[in-house]
Design a protein around this ligand. Structure first.
Ligand SMILES: Nc1ncnc2c1ncn2[C@@H]1O[C@H](COP(=O)(O)OP(=O)(O)OP(=O)(O)O)[C@@H](O)[C@H]1O
Ligand SMILES: [Mg+2]
Length: 266
């Protein structure tokens, strides 16, 4: 333990804007119904669930909320993970070892964001489906809910494996992730069918891998508050005001007349 996990926030302005919109939805759910546990799963493998779970957890923690991200993809070995390739103990170890062998604190790692903690996947013997069905998993979420404002669970695609299916009834809300141009209509329909078995828990579809032009078309006034655009608009407004004042004072017509007189003389 003691190791600090480094999280890096995306420097893509469009992605951060989109994540902020998800933060708003999550915040509203918290305010409306006290929801704090959010499960994220993809409609297809590799569509961007983990990337968005990381960015979302950073955004929530930057806003000051005490947040924990759980890597619930127990099937991929730790060496294939972006955040935890060197970490030995994690969720899998905790769920597969006997009571008292591992404490919850042993698998919670601090990150470079003061209010963000991380639980890596670790190693497990046995089927993840069996591990997620255990009382221990339910108790783990109960404990985290006492400690954290937000708990994000990052699962593999719901169409690839049934792991997420097991936890949907337990969490407060589910977010589906779709890879634009990557996830087929059939995969989306199938994923939605599974998630909507608990309709009040499905809060929406996060569309990943959208091109900038498409995002701009979808989100009206996306550029409205950009500094450069604000400056341009401000300059235009100021010009208009000055012109208005000049016109009122009657100076503009005089200048025009003087020019005309010169032309007539020629
Ligand atoms: N919006 C994006 N633009 C470009 N690349 C992306 C985007 N989102 C994710 N990726 C890249 O796609 C790859 C897969 O992303 P990620 O691991 O987040 O997907 P996943 O749905 O969690 O995959 P898995 O099903 O294996 O869990 C990564 O290399 C990631 O950097
Ligand atoms: Mg993933």
């Amino acid at each position: 333990m003691g190791e600090i996990i480094s999280f890096y926030r995306s420097d893509n302005q469009m992605m951060n804007d989109a994540i902020d919109r998800v933060v708003v939805e999550i915040y509203k759910k918290k305010r409306q119904s006290g929801d704090r546990t959010f499960l994220m799963t993809g409609c297809s493998s590799g569509c961007g669930t983990t990337t968005n779970a990381i960015n979302l957890s950073i955004a929530l923690s930057v806003a000051g909320w005490k947040t924990v991200l759980l890597d619930c993809d127990l099937r991929k070995g730790a060496k294939y993970k972006r955040l935890s390739e060197n970490i030995r103990i994690g969720l899998g170890d905790y769920l597969s070892t006997a009571e008292r062998e591992l404490q919850l604190d042993d698998i919670i790692y601090p990150t470079n964001y003061p209010t963000l903690d991380y639980i890596p996947c670790g190693h497990s013997s046995g089927s993840p489906i069996t591990l997620f069905c255990t009382v221990k998993m339910e108790q783990l979420i109960d404990e985290l809910e006492k400690e954290y404002d937000y708990i994000l669970l990052d699962f593999p695609s719901i169409n690839a494996v049934s792991d997420a299916d097991i936890l949907i009834p337990r969490v407060d809300d589910t977010i589906l992730v779709l890879g634009f141009g990557m996830t087929s209509k059939k995969q989306l329909t199938e994923a939605k069918r599974k998630v909507e078995e608990f309709p009040d828990k499905y809060i929406g579809l996060l569309i990943n891998r959208v091109e900038f032009a498409q995002y701009r078309n979808a989100i009206r006034d996306y550029d409205y508050f950009r500094q450069a655009n604000l400056k341009k608009r401000y300059k235009r407004q100021m010009k208009g005001r000055v012109k208005g004042r000049v016109k009122k004072a009657g100076k503009v017509p005089k200048v025009k007349k003087a020019k005309k007189v010169k032309k007539e003389k020629k």
